[in-house]
Design a protein around this ligand. Sequence first.
Ligand code: ZN
Length: 145
Amino acid sequence: MTVVKLQSRPKTGDVIALPQGKKIRVRDVGIPYVLPPAAVCDDPLCPWHGHLKVRLKLLEVTVEKVRMHKAAVVTHEWVQYISKYNRYERRRRRMRVRVPECIEVKPGDKVIIAETRPLSKTIAWVVVGRKEDVTEWKAKHETLQ
Ligand SMILES: [Zn+2]
């Protein structure tokens, strides 16, 4: 598995050659406000450089632990309205997600994950970008904090 860091962020559709001569095309994942990472990989299960399709269900989560085999444990926190009490309550859940090789994450990072097909018994979400790679997130996914 190879990862090549780039000087600048590529555009979707760009073709980048890896050192072994393999050519990687930056795919359009279908989310216009998430920008591709400034690295390329030859991971087949990467939404940008492989053939993993993502569904348009996105969440902003915090990385809790980074696991072996390109996985991480993330925490999703959201606010749920309880009509009986006319108030909001905070909810949280832990999820296991896949981390493609071109996206580096460490505990405490804010990342955007997208739903995908089940990749293993507990993994059905993939990291599509770090919070900095996203434009217009607030307008599209405004939540009560
Ligand atoms: Zn990749």
